[in-house]
Design a binder for this molecule. Structure first.
Ligand code: AMO
Length: 438
């Protein structure tokens, strides 16, 4: 029996060592078996020569199937011969769990056999055995850590709000209904109302990183039905400018941390992280329309840009401002939710923004309307019944500081950071209109 308690990551194996992992490759010659063993830290070659190793070890290794999980005890050394740079000559071997059949998808030599994304996701547990695929989530984990550090450093309190709610926050149409003991409830689309509630409670600065749900029947490379939303809310702001400052610092910190701490991972993925230069350009929507029209692109007055418009605008901003990231601010009122604060003098525009990264919106935010009467009016103007939002409107009846905040999709942020083409690649278990398993 190989003593697993003595196991070290393959990358650190030197001298008398125990390593364990998946059988990545097996090459059998008449009197020698080469096995490439893979664990989370990398690869090591196991070299078993008949006569040098015991017959038992030689036979076990001769027969082991690809992707079985084994433990090897032996003499490990840096090797000039093995292209992996590390080699171990086994004294003892234990098959911890045999792979019963060849892997259902080819997840490693993807240069030889291309497995489509759909099938890869169907067998996600195998797909993730590809070190490159797994690396995406190691980087994502660091993004979360960086964001957590950023907010704590700035005195924000982390909160966890309920994901079972009585009312839609963003748009009534895109909610998943749930049967809540005979009553109708919904899966939360955003912690929006609760983070504002906490401003009414006097927290001043909160953040939350958690799942949100959108019943959007989109089949695009950028929409999911469940994603992780990075939200914050902050009190005593002068305008949405104060919110944009937090957003750009947060993104810059996340990118810088990944750039510094994920050198290996970025190398595996073959990407470089561009440093984020703050302040980022602020392009008021009015001006964005002009920029686009200057290039012959038709825009709709007071409407959102479509994806094509966002992409073209990104190209223009890159050319003219040298930045892949920019705020599209002073958003028009019609496409914004009722809680958005409007600009007093020009109420068709709002104190809100999107953050665009090379053609993709990754963040939405702004200042919120905190004056009760105005908020009720805005609710009605959007065709909503204030009675149905009573629990929310109540937050504004007992004094609430001026406040604002934003929401950023973790998967979209990861996608842009690592230049992935499809949001599903940045999602461990994507939920889209067709996918509920695994
Ligand atoms: P919004 O609905 O614009 O705003 O969402 C904020 C950010 O969440 C991400 N996102 C999505 N990611 C994947 N799939 C989707 N279907 C999806 N929808 C949105 C995007 C987007 O920029 N309450 C406001 C935020 C706020 O003002 O604080 C909100 O949720 O990255």
């Amino acid at each position: 029996m190989v003593n697993l308690r003595r196991r070290v990551p393959v990358r650190d194996a030197r001298g008398d060592a125990v390593v364990a992992g998946f059988v990545h490759e097996v090459r059998r010659l008449k009197n020698i078996v080469f096995i490439v063993l893979r664990d989370v830290s990398g690869f090591i070659q196991v070299t078993a020569k008949r006569g040098v190793v015991s017959d038992k070890v030689f036979d076990l290794l001769s027969e082991v199937k690809r992707e079985s999980v084994i433990a090897v005890e032996g003499e490990a050394f840096e090797s000039k011969i093995s292209k992996l740079g590390l080699e171990i000559v086994p004294k003892d071997v234990e098959i911890l769990c045999e792979s019963l059949e060849p892997p259902a998808i080819e997840f490693y030599r993807t240069d030889l056999i291309k497995t489509g994304l759909d099938k890869r996701l169907r067998y996600r547990f195998l797909d993730l055995r590809n070190p490159k695929t797994m690396t995406i989530f190691r980087v994502q984990s660091l993004v979360c850590q960086a964001i957590d550090e950023f907010f704590r450093e700035k005195g924000f309190t982390e909160v966890h709000t309920s994901k079972l709610v009585a009312q839609a926050t963003e748009s009534g149409a895109n909610v998943f209904p749930v049967d809540y003991f005979g009553r109708r409830a919904y899966l939360a689309q955003s912690p929006q109302f609760y983070k504002q509630m906490l401003m009414a409670a006097g927290f001043e600065k909160v953040f939350e990183v958690g799942p949100v749900f959108r019943a959007e029947k989109h089949h695009t490379p950028r929409h999911l039905c469940e994603y992780v939303s990075i939200d914050f809310e902050v009190s005593y702001i002068e305008s949405d400018e104060d919110v944009m400052k937090v957003v750009e610092e947060m993104i810059a910190h996340a990118c810088q941390t990944v750039g510094e701490k994920c050198r290996n991972e970025l190398e595996i993925l073959g990407v470089e992280v561009e440093p984020v230069k703050t302040p980022l350009p602020r392009i008021p929507m009015r001006y964005a329309y002009k920029l686009l029209e200057g290039r012959g692109f038709k825009t709709q007055p007071l409407e959102d840009l479509d994806p094509e418009g966002e992409r073209l605008l990104s190209r223009i901003v890159r050319e003219e401002y040298g930045s892949g990231l920019f705020f599209l601010n002073e958003y028009p009122w019609p496409p914004r939710p009722f809680y958005t604060m409007r600009i007093e003098e020009t109420p068709e525009w709002t104190r809100s923004f999107d953050l665009i990264w090379d053609g993709l919106e990754i963040t939405t935010g702004g200042q919120r309307e905190h004056r009760y009467d105005k908020l009720v009016n805005q609710c009605q103007e959007k065709g909503l019944n204030p009675e149905e939002f009573r629990f929310y409107l109540e937050f504004f009846r007992y004094g609430i500081p001026p406040h604002g905040g934003s929401g950023t999709g973790l998967e979209r942020l990861t996608m842009k950071l690592l230049r992935l083409d499809n949001i599903r690649e940045a999602t461990l278990l994507p939920r889209d209109p067709e996918r509920l398993v695994p």
